[in-house]
Design a protein around this ligand. Structure first.
Ligand code: URA
Length: 230
């Protein structure tokens, strides 16, 4: 149980002062009874705002990230968070992306304010699967799948070789690459290490989560129980 004003402020319903005023004006009820005392403690699931259940305590969102959007809270470019409802953008703790995609990368990304979940999905120890569709500037030369699978590919500046990764060839310019780690610019650096260049990058899958049903910039709320740690 927590104070009404504390709960609603943390969910982005307004500043502490604004929320207190909304409570006073009768917008908030507990188990159907209007409650005008901001200090009243309540269980999250019993609280309604304008007769609607309040937003969940933790949000987990799957988005199909568009291109030219940054996965950062403070950048000059257009932020991925701007696609979420205004109220969600005011939550504290903040909603953050689970890992990052480059500005020009599209595809599935999870966003959440559940810090434990975020940590579990990004921990290098968990080896969460990511599948990318990659378009290349030059045709494959044939040895890429073996080199990526070897677990011996060193990237410039890194101390350890890349974990074994699986390459599936679509045609000489297009492949799927399955990774079990998430280093900075990893896909681009892996192909650069072999003298090629990534011209288009789309993440098809993160763990078991896909975003094929979403157009770019669209999102849907999922439950964290939907995520399998594969
Ligand atoms: N690898 C990259 O190079 N960029 C991404 O956005 C994701 C993986």
């Amino acid at each position: 149980m927590d104070r009404l004003d504390k709960i609603l402020t943390s969910l982005g319903y307004g500043s502490r002062k604004e929320v207190q005023a909304l409570i006073k004006r009768g917008h908030v009820s507990i188990n159907g009874i209007v409650m005008r005392d901001a200090k009243q403690k309540a269980h999250h699931e019993d609280i309604r705002f304008d007769k609607e259940l309040i937003d969940p305590k933790f949000l987990v969102v799957v988005m199909n990230k568009p291109s030219n959007i940054v996965c950062s809270h403070n950048d000059a470019g257009k932020l991925i968070y701007s696609f979420l409802p205004e109220r969600w953008q005011q939550r504290d703790p903040k909603i953050s992306t689970v890992g990052r995609l480059d500005s020009d990368t599209t595809g599935v990304i999870i966003l959440t304010d559940d810090g434990k979940l975020n940590h579990a999905l990004t921990s290098p120890k968990k080896h969460i699967k990511k599948i990318y569709k990659v378009t290349l500037a030059m045709p494959l030369n044939g040895d890429e799948a073996d080199i990526f699978a070897s677990g011996e590919l060193m990237l410039r500046g890194d101390e350890k070789p890349c974990l074994s990764a699986k390459l599936t060839i679509i045609d000489p310019f297009n492949v799927y690459l399955e990774l079990f780690e998430g280093r900075y610019h990893q896909v681009k650096r892996m192909f650069a290490a072999l003298g090629n260049k990534v011209v288009k990058l789309h993440r098809e899958q993160f763990a078991n989560i896909r975003a094929d049903d979403l157009v770019e910039g669209e999102y849907r709320v999922i439950s964290k129980q939907n995520i399998r740690f594969i």
